[in-house]
Ligand binder design. Structure first.
Ligand code: SAM
Length: 233
């Protein structure tokens, strides 16, 4: 079963890769850029630090972080879907950014712990992993003793709350309808399903503490639609 979800997710992101940035901008009214900036501001990466952007997709967070950690640090964008990573590489060429390193890899299969990252970030990735707890545990072991991590994703709000109802309607009737114009509706319908299976705020905090993080804070943004989980050792 685990294997099936990994392949399914990889196929989804390879398939939507060519429209990913376009639809992200359209469907979030460009707001995803603000949310990503907010995550980076909370994490405060500084020059000289080594960072990883896991599930980097087309590399938005990696590019933001590269501005903060260069010239002495490093940032590696890691993703399992080759097509979406190729878009990230093309964007790097256009931006003339040779600083970000790219790696194709399933996050849960990373086995090189020698990097001792100062920081790890993930936007809209945790929810897609086969196992959220394994993902948080992986991040814990990849960080050095003072490491910190931040995750931006949809907030799984309380059932039937206003924010929950809005989220469902938005995903079903706006996201799926618009993505249908590009023959991508089954792929975008996956978002609602993945949020349903994603732990809620308190559960994410519980998992992070169980894994060993001393600091685990969660804040909702944009009227409870999105959530940011900040962890530190
Ligand atoms: C919704 S996209 C987010 C991309 C980017 N972080 C952003 O915010 O725009 C999720 C990304 O996670 C990647 N992904 C999903 N499961 C993964 C895994 N197990 N290992 C590495 N990447 C994974 C997908 O290929 C996809 O690029």
């Amino acid at each position: 079963m685990k294997f099936t979800k990994t392949i399914e997710v990889k196929n989804i992101f390879n398939k939507i890769s060519y429209k990913y940035d376009f639809l992200n901008n359209l469907l979030s009214f460009g707001l995803h850029r603000l949310w990503k900036r907010k995550l980076v501001n909370l994490l405060k990466p500084v020059n000289g630090e080594d960072w990883a952007d896991l599930c980097c997709g087309t590399g938005d967070l990696a590019f933001l972080i590269s501005k903060r950690v260069s010239p002495s640090g490093s940032i590696t964008g890691i993703d399992s879907a080759e097509d979406i990573l190729n878009i990230a590489k093309k964007k790097a060429e256009i931006k003339k950014n040779k600083f970000v390193k790219w790696e194709i890899k399933d996050v849960l299969e990373i086995d090189d712990y020698s990097k001792n990252y100062d920081g790890i970030c993930m936007s809209y990735g945790l929810r897609n992993l086969n196992n959220v707890e394994e993902g948080i545990k992986k991040v814990f072991y990849l960080l050095n003793d003072k490491g910190r991590a931040g995750f931006l994703d949809f907030n799984h709000s309380t059932k039937n709350s206003l924010s929950n109802v809005f989220q469902k309607l938005y995903l079903r009737y706006i996201v799926v309808t618009i993505s249908r114009l590009f023959n991508l509706s089954p792929e975008y319908a996956y978002i609602e399903k993945s949020i349903r299976n994603f732990p809620k705020k308190n559960e994410l905090i519980r998992i992070a503490r169980k894994v060993g993080f001393k600091k685990a804070e969660y804040r909702t943004i944009w009227g409870g639609q999105m959530g940011i989980l900040i962890l530190a050792k």
